[in-house]
Design a protein around this ligand. Structure first.
Ligand code: SAM
Length: 482
């Protein structure tokens, strides 16, 4: 068999750029279709030459996602693979609710959601199982075009090719030749931009943590091996204890690429984190700021926690104090150690914040939220503590209180871009689209006042440039949806 070669060297350069930014790989049999995709995307942008289009992409004058939408077949439909959805209904949802009880919402994520059919199928399933009020559903994609379609939730009959007429009548309204999903489902899914090839997850800012179920189907087929490995590791890190990743039948076999447990079911093989101390410890929904290495300190007298694997003792370092040592332990994922070193009533708000983050990573948001209230009684003027409490409340689906806490954080420190961004997410999912738009705009303004490469405070390592872009995407999506 002979494959095409590049007819235009600029297309080869564009393929290279796509690989760098998205992890997508272009085997020789995809050259022809990529060249055609470049031509279509370039034309839409008003240029005729691939070289000119490349320049616009390279200098970020055009977002790359329009091209991504062209080269990835956003092929998807409602209840794609019905056996899987029946397995989720009859086995996974009961197993999850049995495990977590009513302590927190069930957390589901459609990663690489395309135009939203997969995420909305989950939303419908949750309603049918009377779990809508107890669930939080995130759906992400790199293609803004696809995300805008997902938000609009208006489909052609091809998207419902596996569904019968009764199902369509129950959940869709016919508007001209489109099938429009009942509006109640639109507010039950948070559609967000996320490039899986960029290491911005797990993260509070993107809501990518503590997941009970991640569907990442027919996405990794497009990615190169290195990117697949990084994506798989990060997705595993986004899981709650007992959580599972589901891929598609044509996706790569992850057990050969990353250490994980496989779970064989009649609906396919799923993946979960191995239960080893090292891996469990890497699971967190707050990651660490980068700090220089510092030695550990003896445990706080009031808290007697025995820990089996003490961290290695680095040589002594100047500036040795409790805050620095706690930061360092947190940075290494030694959350138990942070709890040992700190007490419930810390006199320093930053120490209290590190303690809360550790508590949340180990014990979950409910436990941490209880302590957050006590910490705020001591430090009522700490913007960080108000923000953390807001995030914890948000994850417990207590959105009204969450919005209040985040607003207090903003009142205390207007420059906190992540607080504006988080407020946007809370208001958006509560249906206050104007408020959400305003909050995302404020987040963007704050980010633009910083150097694009600067790490945004309290953001789990998100840069100002990336957060500004994410805020812009959310504004665009809200405008397209309103
Ligand atoms: C074939 S669709 C899969 C849709 C759905 N998961 C399903 O299986 O029905 C693949 C999606 O992956 C998205 N995608 C590709 N690379 C991505 C990346 N690096 N980050 C996020 N999404 C990506 C594409 O934009 C596309 O919407």
């Amino acid at each position: 068999m002979t494959f095409a070669t590049w007819t235009d060297p600029s297309c080869a350069a564009i393929a290279q750029l796509l690989t760098e930014r998205t992890g997508m790989v272009f085997t020789p049999n995809r050259i022809e279709s990529l060249e055609a995709a470049v031509r279509r995307a370039a034309e839409r942008s008003g240029v005729t030459e691939a070289a000119e289009y490349m320049k616009l992409l390279e200098t970020d004058k055009l977002p790359i996602d329009d091209l991504v939408a062209e080269v990835t077949v956003g092929e998807t439909y409602f209840f794609r693979d019905p056996a899987l959805f029946e397995y989720i209904r009859h086995h996974l949802l009961p197993e999850i609710t049995g495990r977590i009880g009513t302590s927190r919402p069930i957390r589901l994520w459609s990663a690489g959601c395309a135009s939203g059919e997969e995420a909305y199928s989950l939303a419908i399933l949750l309603e049918e199982e009377r779990l809508s009020d107890r669930a939080s559903l995130l759906a992400t994609d790199i293609s803004r075009t696809a995300l805008a379609k997902a938000r609009a939730a208006a489909y052609g009959s091809w998207s419902l090719r596996a569904s019968d007429a009764a199902f369509v009548d129950r959940y869709f309204n016919r508007v001209h030749d489109r099938l429009v999903l009942d509006p109640r489902f639109r507010t039950r899914v948070s559609f967000e931009y996320l490039n899986l090839a960029i290491d911005s997850y797990p993260s509070m800012t993107t809501g990518t943590w503590g997941m009970d179920l991640i569907l990442c189907r027919n996405v990794m087929i497009y990615l190169d091996r290195g990117t697949i490995e990084r994506v798989a590791r990060r997705l595993l890190d986004c899981l709650a204890d007992g959580g599972l990743i589901v891929t598609g039948p044509s996706d790569p076999w992850l057990a050969e690429i990353v250490p994980c447990e496989t779970v064989a079911t009649p609906a396919g093989v799923f993946y979960r984190r191995r239960k080893t101390a090292a891996i469990v410890r890497s699971q967190s929904w707050w990651t660490a700021p980068t700090t220089p290495p510092l030695p550990p300190v003896p445990a706080c007298a009031e808290i007697a926690v025995e820990w089996s694997a003490p961290p290695p003792e680095p040589a002594s370092v100047p500036g040795d104090d409790l805050l620095a040592r706690s930061r360092e332990a947190f940075g290494k994922g030694q959350y138990e150690h942070v709890l040992e070193m700190t007490c419930e009533r810390e006199s320093d708000p930053e120490l209290s914040a590190l303690r809360l983050r550790s508590l949340a990573n180990l014990g979950g948001p409910a436990e941490a939220e209880r302590e957050a209230e006590a910490a705020l009684a001591l430090h009522p003027l700490s913007a960080e503590l108000h923000f953390l409490r807001g995030v914890l409340l948000m994850s417990l689906a207590r959105d009204h209180e969450a919005a209040r806490s985040v607003r207090t954080a903003i009142y205390l420190d207007r420059s906190l871009a992540v607080a504006h961004f988080t407020l946007g997410s809370i208001l958006g999912r509560g249906g206050d689209l104007a408020g959400a738009r305003r909050a995302y705009r404020n987040a963007r303004v704050q980010c633009l006042s910083r150097h694009p490469g600067e790490i945004v405070p309290l953001s789990d390592g998100e840069t100002a440039g990336r957060l500004a872009e994410a805020a812009q995407v959310q504004i665009g999506l809200l405008e397209a949806g309103s």
